[in-house]
Write a protein that binds this ligand. Structure first.
Ligand SMILES: [Zn+2]
Length: 227
């Protein structure tokens, strides 16, 4: 199977700045996955979109904008939401996945899919004034479910739509995630494997928490079974 570069799942507040940064960095190929259309409320923190794009599918508007900057960039657009049923079809063959989704259930599903497909995953998330990211190398480093073996109920978790989100925080997390993707595409070791980087946007402080794989993690256990 050919390698199709990086796939960005969710081209919103996280994925949009990440896509712009990766295109500017010279990556040869990007796959953009999102089923949303551009809304006026997206414009302040999603730098690929402009007023004229409102109502247009995000993947189309993003691809159009990126091509004006990088005509040579190979862009594949997938107007869909990644779910367990279609994850393999959408993600297989990529060198690295960037998680730009919102909400722990979708992030957990993406984690499990990345482990099953043995593709590195850069997890990124931001809610309110806080953001975090780390990189998952399947079967080698801690995954998202090493941290959260049991998923909290969706109703117990704030989403960025409920808690709000600070544009500079989500932008900083998206750019940092793009840096990790670039390192992996270049064949370099990621900085944030087994290291959770947390941005406190209120105080503009980063801190890093060392992680280790959880021997009772159900996702890592299942991935080892697929070897
Ligand atoms: Zn795990």
């Amino acid at each position: 199977m050919t390698t199709r570069g990086a796939v960005i799942v969710g081209v919103g507040g996280l994925g949009s700045p990440a896509a712009a940064a990766l295109a500017a960095a010279g990556v040869p190929a990007l796959t953009l996955v999102d089923d949303d259309v551009v809304e006026t409320s997206n414009l302040p923190r999603q730098p690929l979109y402009a007023v004229d794009d409102v109502g247009t599918p995000k993947v189309e508007a993003a691809a159009r904008r990126l091509r004006t900057r990088r005509p040579d960039l190979r862009i594949t657009t997938v107007r869909s939401r990644v779910a367990a049923a279609n994850a393999r079809e959408i993600l297989a063959g990529h060198a690295v996945i960037l998680d730009g989704t919102d909400g722990l259930p979708s992030k957990s599903m993406l984690n499990d899919a990345a482990l099953s497909l043995d593709i590195p995953l850069v997890h990124a998330g931001a809610v309110g004034l806080d953001g975090q990211l780390f990189t998952i190398l399947p079967r080698r480093t801690a995954c998202l479910r090493c941290l959260f073996p049991e998923l909290p109920h969706e109703d117990d978790l704030p989403t960025c739509q409920q808690s709000g989100i600070l544009g500079p925080v989500v932008g900083a997390i998206g750019l940092a995630a793009a840096g990790e993707v670039s390192r992996i595409l270049d064949g370099d070791a990621p900085e944030l494997a087994n290291r959770l980087a947390i941005l406190d946007g209120a105080r503009v402080r980063w801190r890093v928490v060392e992680l280790r794989p959880n021997p009772r993690c159900p996702a890592c256990d299942a991935a080892r079974g697929t070897c």
